[in-house]
Design a protein around this ligand. Structure first.
Ligand code: PLP
Length: 445
């Protein structure tokens, strides 16, 4: 379409000439960057970080219980004893000793792995990026839970994948819905490259996939020849101390398992890993070398020292206790203070609760009012690739103290009540919705 010179065009040219255009490279970016937008979580951080705001938005691990003196002297010793390797380049696949230790870390999940099949990554976020890079061409389909982890959705978008969501309920991904999704994508002639799933203490939904469903989902994926990416950063953080069995423990060829030290030790080291079938592992290492040459040696050796020289499992147990206390505080406050029409999940581990409000409330539009009332959350739409989730939100209990959590829920309940009054006065906003965690069909009366 030809552009006519006119008032708008003149303004744009003038802006470009004076350099005041927002981004003068806008016409040059690759198509894949079009999907790269700041996540709703990120744009919230500056507001939610104000001290007067109780942030139930961010998912930062609460590392205040870490023994910093112990970690500090370990770092000192590391440089003293192994400085020449800790400050040098290393293997693209990751430090061999750490890979062995990672195999031990995975044992409670039922996984028995060989260090050759482990690739160390810069957090499990890089593992997600590498897996997507080696499998996805533009337009390929990735199946993902509804809702799903916002960081994974961003990565999938940046590789121009087409995300098809599959509903969950309180027992996790619904096998029947998975079967239907596979059938419908195949009928449309598109290629499913993998199922991305977070079976344990889901981010953002807070639910855990039951054991029987794990077996069923494996069977469905075997029959349909769908690869599974099992993302498990929270598996050791169950409040009853039981570690759910990984799907990878029951199928070494169909499942790529992703793990992380971000929640069980510290996210600042940026150390995660992928355990993959042998051929996939080779491609992952090549992709990793293209991207970062090798994961940071210093971080890897620091994690390795921590695992061998410290009671790391004892620390995980302390983390569990502190998160359980916070989870209890949030559930108690919700039970006491939230209007009855709202409903929410009851996590048995991890960091998150998924709260759904009655039909007609737009949670994103409500956010500025919540922040004015000094509480923040993440609107549900951040966790969908297809615009759903508008009456849900993610609440994180991992970071604030139990007292702040209760205060935050009190403020949130006030805002929800006001919103429900407005809705009763002016009528409901019609939200796009799906069954599953979004709740039952709307009341037509
Ligand atoms: C489900 C899930 N996967 C992956 C990550 C990335 O973790 P990291 O890169 O710190 O290992 C997160 C972080 O919050 C997460 O919640």
């Amino acid at each position: 379409m030809s552009q006519q010179p006119g008032p708008d065009r003149k303004t744009t040219d003038a802006a470009a000439a004076t350099g005041s255009r927002l981004d003068s490279y806008v016409d040059r970016y690759a198509t894949r960057t079009h999907g790269m937008t700041a996540s709703e979580v990120r744009s919230l951080f500056s507001v939610a970080a104000r001290p007067e705001v109780v942030s139930l938005a961010g998912g930062m691990p609460n590392i205040s219980g870490l023994p910093l003196d112990v970690v500090g002297s370990m770092m000192h010793e590391l440089v003293d004893r192994r400085g020449m390797s800790a400050l040098q380049y290393g293997s693209g696949q990751g430090d061999p000793e750490l890979r062995e230790q990672i195999c031990t870390v995975m044992q409670p999940t039922g996984i028995s792995a060989h260090p050759d099949d482990v690739t160390v990554t810069v957090g499990s976020q890089q593992a997600l990026d590498l897996v997507t890079r080696i499998f996805i061409d533009p337009g390929d389909v990735i199946l993902a839970e509804a809702p799903s982890y916002v960081g994974a959705l961003g990565t999938f978008r940046s590789y121009q994948a087409d995300v098809v969501h599959v509903e969950m309920d309180d027992d996790g991904l619904i096998p029947e819905r998975l079967r239907e999704a596979i059938t419908s994508v195949e009928a449309s002639g598109r290629r499913i490259k993998f199922l991305y799933t977070i079976p344990n203490y889901h981010n953002p939904a807070g639910v855990t996939l039951t054991e029987s469903r794990r077996a069923e989902i494996l069977e469905i994926c075997r029959r349909a020849d769908v690869l599974i990416i099992e993302d498990d950063p929270y598996g050791l953080l169950g409040f009853d101390g039981e570690v759910p069995r990984a799907m990878r423990a029951d199928d070494t060829e169909r499942v790529v398992y992703l793990g992380s030290f971000s929640k069980t030790f510290a996210p600042g080291f940026r150390v995660g890993w992928a355990l993959a079938p042998h051929a996939v592992r080779e491609k992952l290492v090549l992709a990793a070398e293209n991207s970062v040459l090798c994961p940071p040696a210093f971080s890897q050796l620091a994690v390795s020292e921590y695992l061998s020289g410290h009671d790391w499992m004892g620390q995980v147990k302390e983390f569990r206790e502190s998160y359980r206390e916070r989870r209890d505080a949030m559930l108690d406050a919700l039970d006491d203070l939230m209007p009855e029409a709202a409903h929410w999940t009851r996590p048995t581990g991890g960091f998150y609760i998924w709260l759904t409000l009655p039909e007609g409330i737009d949670v994103k539009a409500m956010l500025p009012r919540a922040v004015t009332n000094r509480v923040a959350y993440v609107p549900g739409t951040a966790f969908f690739a297809d615009g759903f989730g508008s009456r849900s939100m993610r609440l994180s209990y991992c970071y604030p103290t139990p007292e702040r959590i209760r205060e935050g829920v009190r403020r949130l309940a006030q805002v929800v009540e006001q919103e429900m009054e407005l809705r009763a006065t002016f009528g409901a906003w019609a939200s796009p919705r799906r069954p599953g965690l979004d709740g039952p069909a709307p009341d037509q009366s």
